[in-house]
Design a protein around this ligand. Sequence first.
Ligand code: GLC
Ligand code: CA
Length: 532
Amino acid sequence: MRHTWLADAVVYEIYPQSFADSNADGIGDLRGVIERLDYLAWLGVNTIWFNPCFDSPFLDAGYDVADYLRIAPRYGTNDDLVELVVAARERGIRILLDLVAGHTSVEHDWFREEAERTSPDPLGDRYVWALDPPLRDTSGDLAGTASWVPSPGARPGYYLRNFYDQQPALNFGWTHLPADEPWRDPVDAPGPQRNRQTLRDVMAFWLDKGVAGFRVDMAFSLVKDDPGHVQTMVLWREMRAWLDAHYPDAVIVPEGAEPRLGEPLAFNADFFLVIGAEHASLFNDHSAGILPWNERLTPFFHAQGGGGFIAFEEAWDAAHADEPGRLVLMATADHDFNRLRCGSRTMEQLGSTLAFLLTWGTVPSIYFGDEIGMRYLPDLPDVEGAICNPTYNRAGCRTPMQWDDRPNAGFSSAAPELLYLPIDPDPDRPTVAAQRSDPDSTLHLVRDLLALRASTPALRAGPSTRVINADYPLAYLRGESHLVVINPTQDSMALTVPEALGARLLLGRGAGLHDDVVALEPFAFEILELPR
Ligand code: GLC
Ligand code: CA
């Protein structure tokens, strides 16, 4: 089954607490999004991916779900979500929710009840409990490493956490079943099967309300001790088959790339994770020191040049090796790491970067605010997401959307101290309103690129992408009919492209075609239609 709409999707990631606050409590909400749908339609996006918006104590920004079937009251009601789905559809926009499949909050009723049981649930435990698990020193662990936490209730022993301690792992069973760890359930035991059924129920609940599918959080964390994710992928293939039978138009997209275990693939696309080497080799600027690794890599999109395109190209080719039409989502940035503009990056650089992201053969995902070049705010204390583990500092990429020059940048009419995260204090911070009235702005560039993409099928995700110069300036053909040439650096340069003779300029900045020579000013790009 092909879910053809995904190939033409332009995703916009909304971190709900930071987008638009409609009721002046300092936190973004669904009504705020409804009020901004016209803006998103104007911009040209057609799919919204919401970070989790379910009931939660928000110890991990909502990735700690307390009730999968209820919109968090601070965001609104289930009816608001339905209203949003309908209003978005009227504007040609679909809604993806974030499905936190591998763990809940410690405040979920399932966990509370199980933590008070003195013996296993006869229907099967939803969580993983052990009296004497193999404890080890976890103080140096990065978040996301499963480990054991003492039971908070009458239940003796420990529970397994998935990410932070407050995120107990749901029991989807184990691949290896050593005799001395009898508490490990096989994947077909009642508890794991019960959780699989619940996953289907949760998906059906929201699909019946009109959502278009899910981004699946930590999709590969489900079955434990599962080398190569073999059993986890069996599970997701089962989910995909169920979706195909009941909701054939729905899509599921994993947080990262799907492991290749032969056909059929379970997910409708891969996601080149912002922290992944493939994405980092292009844009990495972890100068904020959010995470310790790959910090010193020179990315390809760097003012001084000096980066390589090959690592990305190899990852791209690998993702398409067994399925040439495989869709890959690629984000400008996301809620976990950084923003597209960060460190010493300047606004001028953004144009060439966005031109790449919106014309390469991916399904692009624009992190809210990247369309105006919002920055990562360094040194911002974390609010909803590092309290339990100081290795992360994610507040800097989560500050509220900057709409206009009203108080709080138009995000909220609450008193500034009520905002759950502060607005970028820079007096020159970019805003939607200012950029809307400036045809040369980053915002208009994004809009122009998306409009071109919409009217030019060769520039969308489906058609081929063939690199003809994997160096500076970068040049590639889309659908063998369109040429994109990009200069990510601060130096002027030129490239001779024989195919370009007689080509027609569709969109560009700071570039020109003279016979078969594309001349590019710093950070320039050009998109050309080749003569037939
Ligand atoms: C994913 C999310 C991240 C969250 C984690 C645990 O990595 O993107 O925000 O903290 O999963 O659910
Ligand atoms: Ca609000």
